[in-house]
Design a protein around this ligand. Structure first.
Ligand code: OAD
Length: 246
């Protein structure tokens, strides 16, 4: 490939936008969605990640997400998450814009220190379907019993996850960020789920340098993108170093 694998060094006026997916958390021990025969922890994604599944069989969906919530207590951010926080910190010192968007519902970016737009929701948060109240925390992990809302008392809390057919969060903020992006990186995402998958082409269309990190070339990889093949925990520290030192 003839394109430079380096961005930098970054300077004032640059705006780095990073989109992460399940692959960045794989090195922390969390399963990706489309690996291992297309099943997510033994389920078809559609069977546990749709409003229809929740309406049809809430007990199964609740149990599934309670187990995913419990799993967060067993994992830690890895060098990939930490590298993106290092880039965010350095960017603010240099007058460089930085926006981190994640499709992940784990909280590993937040625990690494990053400010992040979790466009597909967050496992550590529950949302009341009766009154709209958001309830944060991982203290309640019972897989059999629904939790009453601390605001209205109804047992109507659901995982605050954007399921298939639902609108992702913060699309306005994402659009604003994409309007001024100069350097775009997608890391650990198969590029299979819209609208996140469209950000790479949106970045190309405004003339940004585009970088893609994954184990295998994702569906939406284009010939102008620099493909950084390999695990996020190894590739991202090097990519961040190249952003900062050139
Ligand atoms: P996928 O499971 O579809 O794709 C994971 C990607 O990460 C693949 O491209 C792998 O090559 C790559 N990968 C795996 N291990 C990696 C590693 N150690 N380092 C770097 N890359 C690695 O996950 P997503 O694209 O995140 O939506 O899935 C998108 C959405 O589909 C999810 O947010 C979820 C799901 O339905 C909702 O829950 C709404």
């Amino acid at each position: 490939m003839s394109h430079s694998t380096s961005t930098g060094p970054l300077g004032p006026g640059d705006h780095v936008v990073v989109l992460t997916g399940a692959g960045i958390s794989a090195d922390s021990g969390l399963a990706t969605f489309r690996g291992g025969g297309g099943l997510w922890e033994g389920h078809r994604v559609e069977d546990v990640a749709t409003p229809e599944a929740w309406a049809r069989d809430p007990a199964t969906v609740w149990r599934f997400y309670q187990l995913r919530r419990a799993a967060l207590l067993e994992v830690e951010p890895n060098a990939g998450h930490r590298a993106l926080f290092e880039l965010e910190s350095a960017a603010s010192e240099r007058g460089v814009g930085f926006t981190l968007i994640t499709q992940n519902v784990d909280d590993l970016h937040q625990r690494a220190g990053s400010t992040v737009i979790p466009m597909h929701g967050q496992l550590q948060r529950l949302r009341c379907e009766t009154c709209g109240h958001f309830q944060d925390g991982l203290e309640y992990l019972d897989t059999e019993t629904f939790l009453p809302c601390s605001q209205c008392g109804d047992p109507s809390l659901r995982p605050d996850i954007v399921w298939f057919g639902e609108m992702p969060y913060d699309l306005d903020a994402i659009e604003v960020a994409m309007s001024s992006v100069t350097h775009f990186l997608a890391s650990g995402t198969s590029g299979a789920v819209y609208p996140a998958s469209g950000l790479l082409s949106a970045a190309r269309s405004v003339g940004a340098q585009t970088f893609v990190n994954a184990l295998d070339a994702p569906e939406n990889l284009g010939h102008k993108d620099v493909f950084l093949e390999g695990s996020a925990s190894q590739v991202l520290p090097q990519w961040v170093a190249s952003c900062l030192r050139g």
